[in-house]
Structure formats: C-alpha cells, structure tokens
Write a protein that binds this ligand. Structure first.
Ligand SMILES: Nc1ncnc2c1ncn2[C@@H]1O[C@H](COP(=O)(O)OP(=O)(O)OP(=O)(O)O)[C@@H](O)[C@H]1O
Length: 572
C-alpha cells in the first residue's frame, strides 16, 4: 500500500472507527487554540499598560490596536482575565487528552473485535492456509501499532490547527515575521524528508521482524514438548535471539538517526529564534509590545513544530501495521462462511449420510485430495476410514463434519442436502475428537460446558458415564472442579481421550467422528477407548473412525478404503 493510500485509510479509520467522534477532539483542539490565541493577544494590552510609549506601539498594531483602543481595561482586570483564560485552556486540554485516549481505546477494541469476527467466521480452508502466528502478531503488536499511528495522526492534525492559529495571530502583529516563520517552518519540514522516509522504511521492517519473532515464539510454544524431546531448545533460543537482535539493531539504528534529526531540528529552531529576534529588532524595528507578543507566540510555536516532527515519525513508523491489518481483514472477509438463518432446523440423521461424486482440491494442492468419491455412512453403525497416509481420510472426515467445503459433488444427511446455507448448523450436530485430545486450562466442568454452555450436572455426568470416565472423576478429591492444568497433561493420554469423547457427546450429536483417536495410546488404553466406542454404537450413535490400529479397525461394522483420494473399496 502506498504512503498516500495508507494516509487516506488512516483518516477513514479514525473517522469511521470512532463514528465521527474524533471530530470532537479536533473541535476541542480548535477551541484550545483559540483560547490560547486570545490569551496571547491579551499580552498586548498588558504590555501596553506599562508605559505611554508601549501603549502607542500597541495602538499602532492593525486590528488589535483598534480593539485595545475600544476597550480600555485596567491591568488587574486584564491579568485576572488572562488567568481565567489559561484555566479554561488547561481544562479543555485535559478534556481533549482524556477524550482522545477514550476514543483510541474504543478504536483498538473495535479493530480487535472485527479481526476476531472475520477470522472466526471465515471458511476453515481460508484459516488453514494462513499462518496463525501472523494473525496473533496482528493482535499483539499490529493493532497497538495502528493505534499509535492513529493517535499520532490525530496529534498531527491538532498541532497543525494550533500552528495555523499562532501564525494567524503573528500575521496580525507583523505579517513579515509571520511569513518568515512559515518559510523557516517549511524549510525545516523539507529538510526532515530523509528522516521521514527512513521512518516509513523502519515501519515496514518492523512489521516483517515482528512476524518472524511471533512465528518462532508460537512454533516453539506449540511444540515445546517435541522441542524438549529433540533437545532442540538451543535451536529455538538461537533463532529467537537472532530475531530479537535484528529488531534491536534496526530500532537503535532508527532512533540514532531520528535523534540526530531532532538535534538538527533543535539547532534549526535556535537559529530561527536568533534570526527572528534580529529581524524584529534590527530590520523591522517592531517595538516592545509586538516583539513581546511575537516571542510568546514563537515560544509556543517551537514545541508544536517538535510535535509535528515527533508525531510524524511515530505515524510513519507505525502506519505500515495498518496496511498489514487491512490486508489480513480483506483476506478473511473474502472467505466468510454463510451464517445460519434462524429458520433452518438442524438436519437429523436417522438413516445415512450419502456422498455423491465428492472431490476436493485445496487451493495450493497440485492433485485432488479427494477425487469423485461416492460413499454411504450408515446411521447407528461404526464406519472406519482406511487408507495409507495422504490418501484423503481427514479430508473426507472434514467434509462429513461440515468443516471443509467440497470443490464438487453433493452430501445428503438423510434427505437434506448439506450446502452453504446449512453447513454451519449441521456442524453443530457433529462431534469430532481429534488425535490430540485437547483440554483447556480450566476445570473439568468448564471443559465440558464448552461443548454445551447450559449443560446440567446430570447431563455432564451422563456424558462422562457414556465415555466411561465418570468413575475416575468421582475418585478425584475435587471431582468436576478439578483444574485440568496446562493442556490437560495431568491426565494420561487415554483419560484425556475419554474426557474429549465425553465433551463431544454432551450436545447429543448426530455423529461422532474420531480422527486417529487412539494412535498415541498404549494397547490397554486403546482397548478402553474401543470398548467406549462399541458401547456408544450400541446406544444408537453413528460413528466414523479414522484408524490405523487393527484394534479400532476391527470393531468397525463398515469400512471405506481410500487410495490417493479415490475410493478403493466400500465394504460391510
Ligand atoms: N489444507 C491443505 N492444503 C493443501 N493440501 C492439503 C491440505 N490438507 C490436506 N492436503 C493434502 O491432501 C491430501 C490428503 O490429505 P489428508 O490429510 O486428507 O490425508 P490422510 O489420509 O488423512 O493422511 P494421514 O493418514 O497422513 O493423516 C494430502 O496429499 C495432503 O497433502
């Protein structure tokens, strides 16, 4: 995204994201600038009241001089008014800062929610194609950087308003000096161009480097057990150190350059101050009243130029994060799942699931992962999905569960076709237990209620009984209140698997899909899970098993054999 289009995007974001409320901060900035302007202008009558000579100088100032002449006010009154104006100004500044912060928080929440929504409502295919560490990175550092850019932009606008008002007052006092200030300001702005370009480049580098760092961190945390098994901690540590070093070096380089820029800027401002006073006194012979006012204006103006410089850099070095955010939003929004409409009843499975001519070609897949497969899964029976690695078993199971959309072909649940309009509602009636039975780091009861938020104690115990794990829970001192701990590692693999089955059974699904559910278990645990599955089938549940182990393959009533995405055999 080019700099100008990012600029337009940030303006739109600020305006739309705050529902136009950002306009209030600009208006407040304008009022603050006006009260500041009035309080500065008031210095003229105050200085004028010191001697007849200064009074005459003040009267000579166009516009302002006439005003002073019109209202002959005493010094105590002027000083009191000056204090009142400064108080009003301080209060308005406080209000503006607080309101800006409030808006930024609101905006940040809005961006996070919209990305969360876009990801959670995207098609699974689209989610699976994307590195989740990149998505996480946008949440953790991308959106806060967008906020810094938006805030910097807002500050820039406010500083620009103040500068414009100061320059207008300066012009009323002496147009030559105002013109001089504008020309010097423009020259300083132009001189800082290389620094702004560097800030923008640094911003792009930072986005890339944060992504790399997030990838290593998440990869390591997700596979920490494996990393330790391979004694590969040092490899990850080295890689992590490498990314930290790159970020540190780039940041130091950037700040060294920008500090140098600020240094040059400060020197430039000092030269400007000296020339300003010289011109005012020696060339234009402005007199004390005007010089006093111009100096006060200048003293206020200089830090605003500093704000322009600092916030400009903040904006440029953080705006690339916004381009990253919008690219990610566009990606996920392009592939949104159709939402359920309230009047669609969940399909019921009483007889069979029939797939006809189903094919699946993943976006980046060279070959079809499923090629014209026609099979039937009978209700109330155990069907096993067999085939060598990569033959398409998981793809078929994901199509049956409604997670993956087939590229071609049709699926019927009894007589109901499953398509974009009801795929989500069908998925809510399917329970899947993956190979790695994942338990969340909350209590057993809360883990169960993730599958059905309003499950009663009776329903929870009934599901635990069906999965043959109730006896274990009863033996625990804290029963259902037992905290599962990090990923449930306090339970054995077989126990976790049966908890996962119990959780999957809680919403009373139409079909249970087990994806290599016992591959990580020993023979004893495999046997226990197999007994659990047989008992569920005897209770009338339809079960689809992806199984390599003979023990599980043997308990199946029907078998579907796939090879290279094609149906090899379908046997009872
Ligand atoms: N998201 C994806 N994008 C691209 N290709 C994919 C994707 N998922 C699966 N594939 C490819 O589709 C083919 C079938 O994969 P699938 O996971 O369905 O096989 P499987 O029989 O379950 O394998 P395994 O027994 O090893 O788990 C494989 O060649 C795989 O590389």
């Amino acid at each position: 995204m080019s700099r100008s289009s990012t600029f337009g995007e940030v303006v739109r974001l600020l305006w739309k994201g705050t529902e136009g409320k950002v306009g209030w901060t600009v208006l407040l900035a304008l009022v603050v600038a006006l009260t500041e302007g009035i309080s500065i202008t008031m210095l003229i009558p105050i200085v004028a009241s010191t001697s007849p000579e200064t009074a005459q100088q003040a009267a000579d100032i166009p516009l302002i001089g006439d005003l002073i002449a019109g209202a002959s006010l005493g010094l105590p009154f002027l000083l009191a008014l000056f204090i009142v104006l400064i108080c009003v100004q301080a209060a308005l500044n406080y209000l503006r800062n607080y309101y800006s912060l409030h808006l930024m928080q609101l905006l940040s929440d809005r961006l996070k929610r919209s990305l969360f929504h876009a990801v959670s409502h995207a098609e699974w295919d689209a989610i699976a194609r994307r590195r989740l560490s990149d998505v996480n990175q946008v949440f953790v550092s991308g959106i806060p950087r967008c906020m810094t850019a938006a805030n910097a932009f807002n500050m820039l606008v406010q500083a620009a308003i103040l500068i414009a008002i100061y320059v207008a007052i300066a012009a009323a006092v002496s147009w030559q000096m105002a013109l001089f200030a504008v020309l010097v300001g423009a020259a300083l702005f132009a001189a800082m161009y290389p620094l702004r370009r560097r800030a923008s480049r640094y911003g792009h580098e930072l986005t890339e480097m944060f992504q790399q760092q997030s990838r290593v961190t998440l990869d390591f945390l997700n596979g920490v057990r494996l990393a330790k098994t391979f004694v590969a901690e040092r490899h990850f540590m080295r890689s992590f150190d490498g990314h930290l070093g790159a970020i540190r070096r780039s940041t130091l380089r950037f700040y060294a350059q920008s500090s140098l820029g600020s240094l040059v800027f400060q020197i430039g401002v000092a030269v400007f101050a000296a020339s300003f006073v010289y011109l005012a006194v020696e060339v234009f012979d402005l007199g004390l009243a005007r010089i006093a006012v111009l100096l006060v204006i200048f003293a206020r103006l200089a830090p605003r130029f500093g704000v322009l410089q600092d916030q400009g850099q903040q904006y440029l070095s953080n705006a690339p994060a916004y381009a990253e955010f919008t690219a990610m939003m566009t990606y996920f929004r392009a592939d949104q799942e159709q939402q359920d409409s309230a009047d669609i009843p969940p399909p019921r499975l009483a007889r069979r699931i029939a797939l006809t001519g189903v094919s699946k070609i993943y976006e980046n897949g060279a070959q079809p992962s499923l090629d014209n497969v026609t099979v039937t899964i009978a209700a109330g029976r155990i069907t096993s999905l067999l085939g060598s690695s990569g033959s398409g078993k998981s793809t078929l199971a994901d199509i049956v569960s409604g997670l993956v959309t087939p590229t071609a072909g049709a699926m019927l649940v009894d007589e109901t076709p499953i398509d974009a309009t009801n795929r989500r509602v069908w998925r809510s009636r399917v329970a899947t237990v993956p190979q790695d039975a994942f338990l969340f780091d909350v209590s057993l009861r809360e883990n169960m209620r993730l599958a059905k938020a309003d499950a009663s104690e009776g329903e929870i115990w009934s599901a635990l009984e069906r999965a043959r794990i109730a006896a274990l829970v009863r033996s625990l001192p804290d029963g259902l209140d037992t905290e599962v701990g990090n990923r449930g590692t306090r339970f054995s693999g077989g126990e976790r698997q049966r908890f996962a089955i119990a959780r999957a059974l809680l919403p009373d699904p139409e079909i249970l899909i087990l994806d290599e559910a016992t591959s990580a278990l020993d023979a004893d645990n495999q046997r226990k899970v197999a007994e659990t599955i047989l008992a569920l089938r005897d209770g009338g549940l339809t079960i689809l098993l992806i199984a390599h182990q003979p023990l599980l393959a043997d308990i199946a009533d029907d078998r579907i054999v796939l090879e290279r995405g094609r149906l090899q055999a379908e046997r009872a």
